[in-house]
Design a protein around this ligand. Structure first.
Ligand SMILES: Cc1cc2nc3c(=O)[nH]c(=O)nc-3n(C[C@H](O)[C@H](O)[C@H](O)COP(=O)(O)OP(=O)(O)OC[C@H]3O[C@@H](n4cnc5c(N)ncnc54)[C@H](O)[C@@H]3O)c2cc1C
Length: 479
């Protein structure tokens, strides 16, 4: 994807931007920056997608400050890009129309914890590790764990998930309510602390996954879970990807309430061995974890063990000590950085898809054959219990050939997932990278999304050039 194609339909008004930048510099002092380093850091930095800087970065501390900036930008038609930690992978925080990046990382207070109701209220800049650190002595935890230490606001905005989603759900299940600033600067509160509600349109879930294009989330009410009495887990190697996928499919179809079940292909295991100093056999491997009582965990483990054996898996290697389990899961969370180490100097073209569980083996099998046929260095790793997997293609960004080949591979993978009644993204979101798949995935539903966008952000100032365009869908092309 070239810089020109990313900029195709978004416009910038330099005079308006200069005016807003001057006003914000006066209002926010050293909490507003136009330095090159900060602007670059607030564009897309995680993958090969070209970086597009905002014109200034504002570090906000309250919902009212966010509303004040939004009102100013709305008045002058200047673009706004909300920013959590910038760990998104599809160009989400790029600023193709320039404008103001609103960085919420200083809004990092845990406001309330209600252990008796298993919920809490946090500012949007709190990260997933910070909330769990805060909850450490309460016997509760927040389960959603993307590989990066992302902000909870960013995680809600991308409808993130992670290794625990197969048991505990994604951000759509974890968020009970939100405070958000809408495109006209109005502050709204959605949802609440009640476990369920039938009161009107579900604005909470409209904002979840909207990637900063409909509103800016400033606070979240989150559902928490009790730390299980017993946790057991370990790794199991398989002779090939197909047998590993078959074990996953059977585990899910048998209703074993596995807490985590993650696949690493042989190349990814090799990368993790080197990066995280493990000594796993270099073949397709499942990382598995069970939560419950001593008895239920034992029963789940035995059932999984017999399924794994039936599918040709090797001995299950238990991580009985908590520190051994932490080491394994830390390695899993570092899989992305480990993969980059396979080809020093290369950058990653990252993609994720999700298919119905019964199509998982077929989808991963065809994808693996594509990788081999195209001669790519591209480890596969996935939250396979959900039918979700990722491929990171390592490319030399100075080689147009390599980029074109990686793009072709990514396209083929996305169309394949859609052909199998899956989705073009299970968790990373649309950003700039996945816009072209939405027409095929949603059909006329994409026009409904456009109508919602137009109604809530008529001037298109909130994160323009992401998910849907206001007035054209030229990027939404199916093969
Ligand atoms: C190593 C690595 C591993 C990853 N693993 C996973 C994984 O397992 N699962 C997964 O789901 N993702 C994963 N990701 C992707 C990424 O961590 C998630 O998309 C995460 O939710 C982004 O959060 P963030 O705070 O970094 O958001 P950002 O990248 O800062 O922003 C993401 C999007 O949300 C918008 N946004 C940010 N904050 C707000 C807000 N307060 N209100 C409204 N909009 C906002 C931004 O404008 C942007 O469109 C991984 C990324 C990396 C680098």
């Amino acid at each position: 994807m070239s810089l020109a194609s990313l900029q195709a339909t978004v416009e910038r008004d330099q005079a308006a931007i200069d005016l807003v930048v001057a006003q914000l510099a006066g209002r926010f002092g050293d909490r507003f920056s136009t330095s090159d380093a900060l602007r670059e850091q607030h564009g897309h930095t995680t993958t090969w997608l070209p970086n597009q800087w905002p014109d200034g970065v504002a570090f906000v501390r309250s919902t009212e400050e966010v509303a004040e900036i939004v009102r100013l930008c709305a008045e002058h038609g200047v673009a706004i890009v909300p920013f959590g930690t910038g760990s998104s992978l599809e160009g989400h925080v790029n600023a193709p129309a320039g404008g103001i990046s609103i960085d919420l990382s200083q809004m990092n207070d845990v406001l309330e914890v209600h252990p008796e109701d298993l919920d809490c209220r946090v500012q949007a800049g709190v990260t997933r590790k910070q909330i769990n650190e805060h909850l450490r002595d309460t016997g509760l935890f927040f389960p959603i764990d993307p590989g990066a230490d992302a902000s909870l606001g960013g995680m809600a905005a991308t409808r993130a998930s992670g290794t625990n989603a197969v048991r505990y759900g994604t951000m759509k299940d974890a968020v009970l309510g939100l405070t958000a600033v809408m495109a006209n600067g109005e502050i709204i509160h959605t949802g609440g602390r009640a476990k369920k509600s039938s009161a009107g349109y579900d604005l909470t879930r409209l904002l979840i996954g909207s990637e900063g294009t409909l509103g800016i989330i400033t606070e979240l009410t989150l559902r928490l879970h009790g730390i299980p009495e017993a946790i057991a887990g370990g790794v199991c190697a398989f002779p090939d990807l197909e047998s590993a996928c078959s074990a996953v499919i059977l585990t899910i179809q048998c209703g074993i309430p596995v807490a985590r079940i993650e696949l690493l292909d042989a190349l990814q295991v090799k990368a993790c061995n080197a990066y995280s100093k493990l000594d796993l056999a270099e073949s397709p491997t499942l990382f598995v974890e069970f939560h419950g009582t001593d008895a239920s965990v034992r029963e789940q483990s035995e059932l999984f063990g017999s399924i794994a054996r039936e599918c040709g898996g090797g001995e299950f290697s238990w991580a009985t000590k908590a520190e051994d389990r932490s080491r394994l899961w830390a390695a899993r969370h570092d899989a992305y950085w480990a993969a980059l180490g396979l080809r020093p100097g290369a950058r990653g073209v990252s993609t994720d898809v999700c298919v119905p569980i019964s199509r998982l083996a077929e989808c991963i099998g065809e994808t693996y054959r594509d990788i081999e046929k195209m001669g790519l260095i591209a480890p596969i790793v996935g939250h396979v219990g959900d039918g979700n997997f990722h491929v990171l293609v390592l490319v030399d960004v100075d080689s147009q050939d390599e980029i074109a080949k990686a793009e072709e591979f990514v396209e083929r993978l996305n169309w394949r997932a859609l052909d199998m009644e899956g989705t073009c993204t299970g968790e990373h979101g649309v950003g700039q990278g996945k816009m072209k798949y939405l027409a095929r995935e949603h059909g006329a539903g994409l026009d409904v999304m456009r109508t919602i966008k137009r109604a809530l952000d008529p001037h298109g100032i909130l994160n323009p050039g992401k998910i849907v365009r206001l007035d054209r869908d030229s990027d939404n092309v199916s093969p």
